[in-house]
Design a protein around this ligand. Structure first.
Ligand code: DON
Length: 627
């Protein structure tokens, strides 16, 4: 069990400003429910009967450690039966589900917590929430001797609360002295082989676990640990495995409130557990843990105010487990075709024309949110629709933060069914070091690796698809060599003007990774690309030296041409993607040359303006499509 190494400071801010909606509501609720004075503290354990019936606290902890507390939330009381689900979770974690199921079932009894009824067919107590089941679970605590078992039990509760907890010796003594019914249950279980060890030793641990002192705040954090898939929201410690948290919540849901469990599930709809000291915890998975403490209890042993508070919170904030707020349709952020949205690869006029005609053959489907069965089914249906018209469908996972195993299975099945068909499936932003790592791993398996092409982002995927449409094949246009007269920037120049230009160009060769232009440097040279491709990279604000690739440029295009206009500083890095051949033109020399031949400059500036206006027009169109 994790020992608490460093308990982070509580993160609950003052209930003012933006925290007011929840805090104010709880304060009002606390005041309103304070007038409820029915019931009285449990007294079958004499020490519990001494509790002040007016004590009343409500605490809510969020999965990221914000605690809202009102009333007596720092007063210690014994945890009692609220210890049971956590001991059950511990047993599952230590011994596995199959082994634990041999010792205790998961069937609600509809009977009181101290019922002596046992499942004689399966030879085990019915569930771990009634005393019989909890005693069977207590026997599963690890430890070479009783002292070690007690220490392990305390370490479990301390790591769940995020602070060192202790046993209330007076309550423990009182339970030990009066717990004859529990003794009877334990001996009956020994008689039928449901427990094996000395019942007094097993009961000693059970009484001690019930006598651990906690506060309402502690229990809210323990409940929030369950809401947070087993990780304590204050300390970050992964106390319980997610798969076992689900098991704990299942039995809390069906058996946590004993003979009131059905009505509770119907009305409140939260997995919960009550203790005779007057505490109730309730869990809203993924959101919050709640604890109410108020000693007066009802016939079933549940805190009266506790029940009322949970009923009201559930209703006010629509927290019943079966309130459905999943919208599976939101998985599709949007889709578009490549005739209107192009990659960041700058293209020549001729290429742009081809892409405007053939771009409809490439569809991009943007997914978002969490992928589970319902959302993945929607996504695959949309994929099928797009695939019926497209040659390539790119699925962009950039905004997906989770893909569970059912999503993985469905996506792999879809990819297998599409393999070798009319439409090629292309994935983007499915990184193997992020939340989609399991999905990426599934497609790295030998039997799946050829099913789809995977690119780092949608832009790279789109660029590849465009290259297919332009029929460049695997090597792109990198092999093409352009003459000066074919470069967009020099279109319309007379042959003798081209020759004059040729006399001042410097042929330049760069190797892959060479920085051709550096951001911030003086701009006195511009380039036309004859072979290879280069990337335009800019610094990402707030991310130090990290660079982002915003465009790529291929043969027939120019770069650094802003130098012609303002001669200022470079606004981006230009890096060679592979071996690059380009022509460098010194701005100064061009000005000298064109003093005698003004038509050269007029033609170049005309081409430049046309190029900029075309890019602007296309950018506007893309913004329209992507909005
Ligand atoms: O077994 C007992 O008597 C107690 N120590 C625990 C009972 C309890 O909290 C029952 N739940 N409402």
């Amino acid at each position: 069990m994790n020992k608490i190494d460093a308990v982070r400071p509580l993160r609950d801010a003052k209930p003012t400003g933006a925290l007011a909606p929840v805090a104010n509501y709880l304060a009002e609720l606390h005041e309103r429910i304070s007038s409820l004075t029915a019931g009285k503290p449990a007294d079958y354990i004499p020490e519990l009967g001494k509790a002040d019936p007016n004590l009343f606290g409500i605490a809510i902890a969020t999965v990221d450690g914000q605690v809202y507390a009102v009333g007596d939330t720092e007063i210690p009381f014994t945890i009692q039966s609220v210890s049971k689900p956590f001991m059950y979770g511990y047993a599952l974690q230590q011994h596995g589900r199959e082994a634990v199921l041999k010792h205790v079932g998961v069937e609600p009894t509809g009977e009181a917590f101290n019922s002596i009824v046992l499942d004689e067919v399966a030879n085990r107590p019915f569930n771990p929430m009634v005393n019989a089941g909890a005693i069977a679970v207590a026997e599963l605590m690890r430890g070479a001797d009783q002292a070690e078992r007690i220490a392990n039990m305390l370490a479990l509760f301390s790591s769940l609360a995020g602070r060192e907890l202790e046993i209330d010796e007076a309550v423990y003594g009182s339970e030990l002295a009066t717990g004859h019914r529990n003794r009877a249950i334990a001996y009956m279980m020994l008689n039928s082989g449901m427990i094996k060890r000395d019942p007094n030793e097993v009961l000693d641990l059970y009484f001690r676990q019930c006598s651990v002192n906690v506060t309402a705040r502690d229990l809210a954090i323990m409940a929030a640990t369950l809401a947070n898939d087993g990780a304590n929201p204050l300390t970050g410690a992964a106390v319980l495995e997610t798969q076992y948290v689900r098991d704990m919540l299942s039995v809390m849901n069906s058996c946590g409130m004993y003979d009131y469990a059905g009505e509770w599930a119907y009305e409140v709809g939260m997995p919960a557990k009550s203790g005779v000291s007057g505490c109730i915890i309730a869990v809203i998975p993924g959101q919050i843990g709640i604890c109410v403490y108020s000693p007066p209890i009802d016939q079933q042993g549940n805190s009266l105010r506790g029940i009322r508070v949970c009923q009201e919170i559930s209703k006010e904030f629509e927290l019943h487990a079966f309130n459905n707020r999943t919208n599976v349709r939101s998985v599709i952020r949007g889709d578009y075709l490549a005739d209107l949205v192009r990659s960041n690869r700058l293209r020549t006029l001729a290429e742009r024309k081809i892409l405007a005609e053939k771009g409809r053959k490439v569809a991009v489907l943007e997914a978002q949110g969490a992928l589970f069965f319902g959302t993945t089914e929607q996504l695959m249906r949309r994929l099928a629709l797009l695939a019926s018209d497209a040659r390539y469908v790119i699925v962009d996972f950039k905004r997906v933060h989770l893909a569970d195993s059912s999503a993985r299975k469905l996506i792999v099945r879809a990819a297998r069914a599409m393999a070798g068909g009319e439409t090629e499936l292309v994935f983007a932003s499915m990184h193997d070091d992020g939340p989609l790592a399991p999905l990426a791993r599934a497609f790295a398996e030998p039997e799946n690796e050829k099913l789809v092409r995977i690119f780092r982002d949608a832009d790279a995927a789109l660029e590849w698809c465009e290259d297919q449409l332009l029929a460049y094949g695997a090597h792109g246009a990198a092999g093409t060599k352009f003459a000066l007269s074919e470069i967009n920037l020099f279109k319309g120049l007379k042959p003798e003007e081209c020759r004059l230009l040729e006399s001042i160009v410097q042929p330049l060769v760069f190797e892959k990774g060479d920085v051709i232009i550096r951001e911030g440097a003086d701009a006195n040279l511009f380039f036309v690309l004859a072979r290879g491709t280069v990337s335009v990279q800019i610094k990402v604000p707030g991310q130090g030296e990290r660079k982002k690739r915003v465009a790529s440029i291929g043969p027939g295009l120019s770069f650094g041409e802003m130098a012609l206009l303002d001669g200022g500083k470079r606004s981006a890095d230009i890096v060679a993607d592979d071996k690059v051949i380009c022509y460098g033109l010194r701005v100064q020399q061009l000005h000298e040359l064109t003093a005698a031949h003004p038509n050269i400059m007029i033609t170049i500036l005309g081409n430049l303006t046309r190029e900029f206006s075309e890019r602007l027009r296309h950018a506007n169109e893309e913004i329209g499509v992507l909005e």
